[in-house]
Design a protein around this ligand. Structure first.
Ligand code: 5GP
Ligand code: ZN
Length: 116
């Protein structure tokens, strides 16, 4: 999509700090980190959010979790990590291109109002 921020980041039209890339996904550092490690992992195909996942495109979700595990192993997140996706207004989704937050590097609490 031409007006999508993350499509522009994937295309290199907007700069980002790349963490990982392959033919299906792109991972980069969040511009406003909420944990010492805060990466975003996105499919290279434009999918607007988790509500748009179906049998045709669910392969991206499986692959994103594989990539998250690989990044965690490569970077040594030995104390654990968290994966989050926000979908829709109530969840606070601000960029409408499916993305998974990969968070690590601190002890995290748990509530529906706070990711970290
Ligand atoms: P959401 O709120 O939709 O779950 O997550 C969107 C995330 O994208 C936020 O954590 C926000 O900081 C990040 N973000 C927004 N604009 C940019 C940008 O231009 N570059 C990068 N690297 N991250 C961004
Ligand atoms: Zn997009």
């Amino acid at each position: 999509m031409s007006d999508c921020l993350f499509c522009k980041i994937i295309a290199g039209e907007i700069p980002s700090s790349k963490v990982y890339e392959d033919d299906m996904v792109y991972a980069f550092k969040d511009i406003e980190p909420v944990a010492p490690i805060h990466y975003l992992i996105v499919p290279k195909e434009h999918i607007s959010g988790a509500s748009e996942i179906n049998s045709e495109n669910s392969k991206y979700v499986a692959h994103i979790f594989e990539v998250a595990a690989k990044i965690a192993a490569d970077e040594g997140f030995s104390d654990g990590f968290r994966i989050i996706t926000n979908c829709g207004e109530d969840a606070g989704q601000s960029v409408h291109h499916l993305h998974f937050h990969l968070l690590a590097g601190k002890k995290m609490g748990w509530s529906s109002d706070s990711a970290v």
